[in-house]
Design a protein around this ligand. Structure first.
Ligand code: 5GP
Ligand code: ZN
Length: 113
């Protein structure tokens, strides 16, 4: 997706503070953090949102994506826990239409933050 900001970050065309990379996923700090630690995990392959995920094709990818959250959170000092958010679609508050999981924490967060 040539006009996708997260595809450009994955490709190294837009700078970011990288957290993690493997063959399938890329993680980087949010430019506008809402907690002391706030990063996002994205699949390298462009997929717009959970609404576009396929129950057969994407099932295992989504499992691996979610399992990265506790691993990377712990590596960033969030041993005591963290929040995750996946905003989906315009009505779900999604702004960047490349599937991503927000992982954030550090300091006290309310149940809705
Ligand atoms: P969402 O689509 O889930 O609402 O959130 C998109 C997130 O991407 C926002 O939290 C925003 O701060 C972050 N974001 C938008 N543009 C950039 C960027 O160029 N670099 C980084 N690191 N984060 C970005
Ligand atoms: Zn993309």
């Amino acid at each position: 997706m040539s006009d996708c900001i997260f595809c450009k970050i994955v490709a190294g065309e837009i700078p970011c503070k990288k957290v993690y990379e493997d063959e399938e996923f890329f993680a980087f700090h949010d430019i506008n953090p809402i907690a002391r630690v706030h990063f996002m995990i994205v699949p390298k392959h462009h997929i717009a949102s959970l609404l576009e995920c396929d129950s057969g094709y994407d099932e295992e990818m989504l499992g691996r994506l979610l399992l990265l959250a506790p691993k990377l959170a712990k590596e960033h000092g969030l041993q005591g826990g963290f929040k995750t958010a996946i905003n989906t679609g315009k009505d779900g508050g999604q702004v960047v239409f490349h599937l991503h999981v927000h992982v954030y924490g550090g300091g006290k967060l309310s149940h809705l933050d």
